[in-house]
Ligand binder design. Structure first.
Ligand SMILES: [Zn+2]
Ligand SMILES: [Zn+2]
Ligand SMILES: [Zn+2]
Length: 141
């Protein structure tokens, strides 16, 4: 099934532009997470002159939903990943540090933390960020 990038962008309350469509297309064609510089290189092939800050800004905008995942890597760089299962509901990701593969963790796992925040701290959770880093099956061997 083809992904409707137009509606993906509209869902984020963003204007649909050729650049945003191209970024989604580039990220969707990758099975791994990519750096903004890598996206920029591919954008230059399509658009000629385009600044890196423009790519950064658009990636930031697009990563506000569940479709584009911003990966805060232990190497202190940012990467982006197109989640092909964002329709399947809220979930988190397992990120391979070696081959850049990303795998879905098909649940949230926030329950324990929620209990602690609401019960013990008497607070309430507004948002959360859970990313798990490691070596995938292939890289572990
Ligand atoms: Zn996912
Ligand atoms: Zn791996
Ligand atoms: Zn969660």
């Amino acid at each position: 099934m083809a992904i409707d990038f137009h509606s993906s962008i509209k869902t984020l309350n963003l204007k649909v532009t050729p650049k945003r469509l191209a970024i989604l297309d580039i990220l969707a064609s990758e099975m791994a997470y990519v750096s903004p510089e890598e996206v920029w290189r591919k954008m230059k092939e399509r658009f000629g002159k385009i600044g890196l800050p423009t790519v950064y800004r658009n990636l930031e905008d697009l990563a506000q939903g569940d479709l584009i995942i911003k990966i805060i890597h232990p190497d202190r760089k940012l990467y982006y990943y197109f989640c092909h299962n964002s329709e399947n509901g809220h979930h988190h990701h397992f990120i391979c540090l070696t081959c850049r593969k990303v795998e879905d963790l098909d649940f949230c796992g926030l329950e324990e933390i929620k209990k602690e925040v609401e019960g013990h701290l008497k607070g309430s959770i507004v948002s959360h960020l859970i990313q798990v880093y490691g070596l995938c099956r292939g890289c572990k061997q």
